[in-house]
Each structure stands twice: as structure tokens, then as C-alpha cells.
Design a protein around this ligand. Structure first.
Ligand SMILES: Cc1ncc(COP(=O)(O)O)c(C=O)c1O
Length: 378
């Protein structure tokens, strides 16, 4: 059911991920998968192209909201009205829109490490960034709510959450999110929750939609990550508050960061017809995370991998090997990884590994990384 791409196919299908590396180098950096999209998505897009459907999308969400509501109910038991979905081009443009249109002015709190464009979104909307650092030495990566509260008490009224978390692979528990929601209520803070990785919650963890705890929040999500279709540009805001919805719907065209007809068509197919494909994908990642743990145990025994509860992005602490920039060392040995300092400036000795690939490539990735850090440090 999951259709693996050969190197040549991947180079054609994933211009960013594979185009950034020389032949022979394995790209395990940006969050894209070395698999074809699910067949129902492929069929829907091919049919659209054959019909010549390449015009502006219609007003409205083209069925995306109803499709997402069905998915949310089946997967998380969450009843969210279809009209809560407002289309946007990409998750990051949705976050920018939310910051500009419905968040109170002033500083924005972001747990760090974070997906790097979070920092850019705060900067380009003219806000001050307040980072709440997740301690790299802590046993479990938890948000320090004391620090969050101090930021709220000092005046921040916006919180940018990534749930589940990239790059730490954490699926926040219901209790953790409820505690955040309580604080947000107490200080009248608007939470933007980026839930793009939610469908990729792995066995052993349970995803809690943040809006079920805080109806004033804005969720931004997309089928793009879980179904490997970021290039078709169809994301969505999910907004329960009618005033916020009104403000977003009234946004002028240049502010809206337009979505595409292909994005809407692919999104509807993903949310309605791909449950079996998604289940096979999650099973595949469950295998890959065990494989990665085994490979690390034998080849990089001093590495510390954060428990991977969601996403296909593993976060590795390699500080024990004494290499400040293991991603740079690994690139010299033929594998491109995400440097830890991209997610947390100044953080040394960490990398993010993308395991959405074949078992063979993952084995080569770990082997090359192990050679890189053990050779540099010896
Ligand atoms: C947490 C998170 N948000 C947003 C994105 C990007 O989404 P989009 O391409 O829809 O902006 C990514 C991509 O990896 C991500 O990990």
C-alpha cells in the first residue's frame, strides 16, 4: 500500500528534499517522505488535471471542512463543525494570518526548539519572540509552565504551540494541554496550535485536539505532511470563535496567501479516502522507530533519542560524541540531516533525522552518521 520511491523517482518527485543533495548523498532532512502519495489522492489530482481544472478556487472551502470534520470524528472522536474550517495556502501562511488578524498585539511565546519558520513568522509580523526553552537534559521534554506563566505575567498574550511537536516528536498529554489552556484562560492568551503532525501520532500515544480544551484557540493544519502533498498548497485554519472567523473571512485578497484548487481536491481525498493508507503508514513508522532504536544501540550507543510519540522526525542528542555540528560532519559522509541549531540557535550536538524512507536508507543514514561522529571525535 505504501509505494516506495527509488532514488531516481524520489529525485523527480521531491525537488526540494532530493534536489538539495549531490548524487549518492541520502537526504534525511526536510519533512517529506520518500513515498508516493496515496492512490485516491493521485487519482483525484489526475482527474482534475484531465478535466482542465486549473482555475482559481471557488469561494468557500470546496468540501474541505466537511471532509476534515469526518476525519476528526473518526480518528479523535472530535466533533468539529465543517464551517470552522477556513482554507489557506499553507500552514505557515495560516499562522501568519492568525498572528496578523486575530491575535492580540505584543510578544509571542514559542517553546524552543521549534520548527524554524515559527521564529520567522513572529519576526515578519513585527512581534517580539519570547522563547521558552525545553531543557535538553530533562528526562521528558515538557513545557515549563512556570516559565510560560512568567511570560504571560510579563505581558505576552499569544502562544504558538506545535502539537504534536516538531522536532521533539512529543505528543503532549491531555493534562499538559489542559494546564496550558488553564493558563491561557487566566491571562486571556490566544493560542495558535499547529496540528499538522496530528494524524502521525504513533502507537502508544493519544493526540488531543487543542480546541477541545480551549474554544478560543486557532488551529492550523493540513493534509500536506501526513499525506506527502505539501506542493499542492491546501491547508486550513480551524476556528470556532465566530468573531475570529469573520475577521479571517474578511481579510483582503493579498493577505490571504491563496490556496490552490489542487490543494482543496487533494485535501478532500486525503481526509475522506485514505484511512487505510494512513494506518499502513503509521505502522511503517512504528517499525522504523524500532529499527532506528536498534541501529543506535549498536552503532551509536551514546546517542540519546527522544521517545518518538508522533511524526517521522527523530531528535537525537549526540553531545556525548563531542562533535559540535554532527549534521555538518554527517554531510561530509554522505547524509543530509537537520542540524539541531536550526531548531534552537546555539544548541550543539543535536540532529533531526527523517525516517520516512526505506529500511535500507535508514540503515545507511545511521551508519554514515556513526562513522562521521566517531571519526571526528576520535
Ligand atoms: C510543525 C510544522 N508546521 C508547518 C510546516 C509546514 O507546513 P506548510 O508547508 O503547510 O507551511 C511543517 C513542515 O514540516 C511543520 O513541521
Amino acid at each position: 500500500m505504501i509505494r516506495d520511491l527509488t532514488d531516481d523517482q524520489a529525485r523527480a518527485a521531491l525537488p526540494l528534499k532530493w534536489g538539495a543533495v549531490a548524487p549518492g548523498v541520502i537526504p534525511a532532512w526536510v519533512a517529506e517522505m520518500d513515498f508516493k502519495p496515496a492512490e485516491p489522492i493521485e487519482e483525484a489530482l489526475v482527474a482534475a488535471v484531465r478535466r482542465g481544472t486549473a482555475g482559481y478556487p471557488a469561494f468557500g472551502d470546496a468540501g474541505l471542512g466537511a471532509a476534515f470534520s469526518g476525519f476528526a470524528e473518526r480518528h479523535w472522536g472530535w466533533q468539529v463543525p465543517a464551517e470552522a474550517t477556513l482554507p489557506t495556502g499553507a500552514v505557515m501562511s495560516g499562522i501568519r494570518l492568525a498572528l496578523e488578524l486575530v491575535c492580540p498585539p505584543g510578544p509571542v511565546v514559542v517553546p524552543t526548539p521549534c520548527y524554524p519558520p515559527f521564529r520567522d513568522a513572529v519576526r515578519i509580523t513585527g512581534r517580539e519572540l519570547v522563547e521558552v526553552t525545553l531543557d535538553p537534559d530533562a528526562e521528558t521534554a515538557t513545557m515549563d509552565l512556570g516559565e510560560v506563566e512568567r511570560a504571560f505575567a510579563a505581558g505576552a498574550r499569544t502562544f504558538l504551540l506545535c502539537s504534536p511537536h516538531n522536532p521533539l516528536g512529543r505528543c503532549w498529554t491531555r493534562d499538559e494541554l489542559a494546564a496550558l489552556a488553564d493558563l491561557a484562560r487566566e491571562y486571556d492568551v490566544k493560542v495558535i496550535s499547529d496540528e499538522i503532525h496530528a494524524p502521525l501520532t504513533l502507537p502508544g500515544s493519544t493526540f488531543t485536539p487543542y480546541l477541545t480544551l480551549d474554544e478560543t484557540a486557532v488551529v492550523v493544519t493540513s493534509a500536506s505532511k501526513s499525506f506527502n502533498i505539501p506542493g499542492v498548497h491546501g491547508a486550513q485554519l480551524v476556528v470556532l470563535d465566530p468573531d475570529d472567523r469573520e475577521r479571517i473571512l474578511a481579510a483582503p485578497i493579498p493577505a490571504q496567501n491563496a490556496w490552490s484548487v489542487f490543494g482543496m481536491i487533494a485535501g478532500v481525498a486525503a481526509w475522506t479516502e485514505c484511512d487505510a493508507w494512513l494506518a499502513a503508514l503509521v505502522e511503517r513508522f512504528d517499525d522504523q522507530r524500532s529499527r532506528l532504536a536498534d541501529l543506535l544501540a549498536t552503532q551509536l550507543p551514546e546517542a540519546r533519542m527522544r521517545p518518538l510519540e508522533a511524526t517521522y522526525l527523530a531528535w537525537l542528542d549526540l553531545r556525548a560524541y563531542g562533535v559540535a555540528d554532527p549534521a555538518a560532519a554527517a554531510l561530509d559522509r554522505g547524509v543530509k540531516l537537520g542540524p539541531g541549531s536550526d531548531y534552537q540557535p546555539g544548541l550543539e550536538g543535536h540532529v533531526r533525522i527523517n525516517l520516512a524512507t526505506s529500511a535500507e536508507r535508514l540503515e545507511a543514514v545511521v551508519h554514515r552518521l556513526a562513522t562521521a561522529v566517531t571519526t571526528v571525535s576520535s
